[in-house]
Design a binder for this molecule. Sequence first.
Ligand SMILES: C[S@@+](CC[C@H](N)C(=O)[O-])C[C@H]1O[C@@H](n2cnc3c(N)ncnc32)[C@H](O)[C@@H]1O
Length: 246
Amino acid sequence: MHFRISANGCFTDEDVYLQPDAVSPFIKPGHVVMELGFGQGSNLHYLSRSHPDATFIGVDLQTLKRKDMPENVTTYTQDYSDLSRFEDNSVDVMYAFETIVHNTDKEKIYSEVHRVLKPGGVMIVYDYALRAPYDTFDDHIHMAIALISKGGAVAMIESLEELNAHYAHCGLTLEKWTDYTHGILPDLKRLERKAAKIMRRPCLAKLMFLLLPEQFVTNIILGYLGYDMNNAGIGYYCEWVLRKRC
Ligand SMILES: C[S@@+](CC[C@H](N)C(=O)[O-])C[C@H]1O[C@@H](n2cnc3c(N)ncnc32)[C@H](O)[C@@H]1O
């Protein structure tokens, strides 16, 4: 599940709809829409029900578990770095929420996005970025980035500048960029509070770290550090609207 963007600084469950609601206006009847990295399928479910006249395709390494998808949705279990099963210029709208950061070769992905998008088609991305290139941060921040990356199974968090260069190299035009870092702080604070219940009790933390599987431990550490990393101006959480030229 993606981060909640809270408009007024207070976390609510409804905030989960901001990202799919931002994609919605781009979808017209008859459109082919593709989600990269659909996870548990909540965005696909929500958008396909709101747009019954559009066709939805989901691509994820993991097989979709939920069984209640509308008939206008087809999912594929595969790596989205290779979309060769889909024709050139065949998709109107693509979107990817908090997934591309899990991959190292971003240009391979964006080249495929460019190839399958129709001319004038749009790609909406929500993801993390560093405010400056990794090398410009000191060793403490490198350690925090490494811990956060491990907790989030993130391959490589790149800077805004690096990501924008990837889009340009792959022929995608940056139509709009929005910084939502402050919007996710209430959600990050919620996770930090949960993690702090363990991290601020050293004996309990040691015991739990001994007993829990590694993925849980790294997740607790991610929850503990995420708020400070974003609040301290090291990380960004952003929306990019990219367009394939006509
Ligand atoms: C953090 S989840 C995001 C879930 C979803 N986008 C959402 O908003 O709820 C990341 C998802 O991306 C998928 N993923 C990461 N890299 C992928 C790749 N190269 N090809 C296909 N799926 C990928 C993972 O399997 C995982 O389900």
